[in-house]
Design a protein around this ligand. Sequence first.
Ligand code: BJW
Length: 224
Amino acid sequence: MEKIVILTGAGISAESGINTFRDSGGLWENHRLEDVATPEAFARDPVLVQGFYNARRAAAAQARPNPAHTALAELQRHFPGEVIIVTQNVDALHEAAGAQVLHMHGSLDQALCAACDHRWPAPLQMRVPEPCPACGAPRGRPDIVWFGEIPYHMEEIIGHLESCTLFAAIGTSGQVYPAAGFVQAADAAGAHTVELNLEASAVFSDFAEVRQGPASRIVPAWVA
Ligand code: BJW
């Protein structure tokens, strides 16, 4: 049976109005991404880090799926084989388009207790401190995979990569691992590999095929 694995990154949501990370120099209010997206940063300056995610949660709440999200959802619904969508994005636009996805870097709309691992729906604005409703510890954080933390669903994702016949990476810069290495795992499994991006990613030469352009145009054309 054909199995397609699709990895998406910030570029697929760009035309829905959500900023990508590295196009703007990777800066947020003059802070490097690595200075807000780590557990150490949260321990050092929780107000700064919650502010970063509160702003992004507010932006994501206004965003709607674009034709690229819709095309992937339709592919997943109608393809006779299996279509696995793995996203690095923490927005919920794939789900809003009707797709089922694995969020390897977590979700903006979930909160996580750093004391007991309990998860609950994040309020639009998380506070500092944000108490955990299960254990009461003042250690609520965004349920986001930060640098140095282990991405979610890795065993399942690797299993899919090892058994896929086609792998596509859409709108991701290929600068953050382990996602940037998925193309090599799929290639080793004998899959055809294709990159769809506005410009060549850092790992474009690992792909058998590269298609360039805005996701809202090239993804529906690729799926058709
Ligand atoms: C369009 C478009 C349009 C624009 N149409 N396209 C040295 C070497 C190798 C690895 C490491 C190293 N030092 C440290 C590491 C590991 C580290 C890492 O990779 N660091 C690099 C910076 C080098 N990785 C980790 O720490 C990860 N954990 C880990 O490795 O654990 C060990 C382990 C792994 C596996 C099994 C067991 C153990 C965790 C990484 C967590 C990443 N977290 C972030 C932030 C949190 C989420 C959030 O705040 O939202 O996730 S970083 C940030 O980058 C975010 C993204 O998901 C991620 C990827 O970014 P993405 O999506 O590619 O976006 P951009 O902005 O980079 O690119 C956008 C692209 O779209 C561009 O190419 C544009 O051209 C394109 N585009 N408009 C189509 N309209």
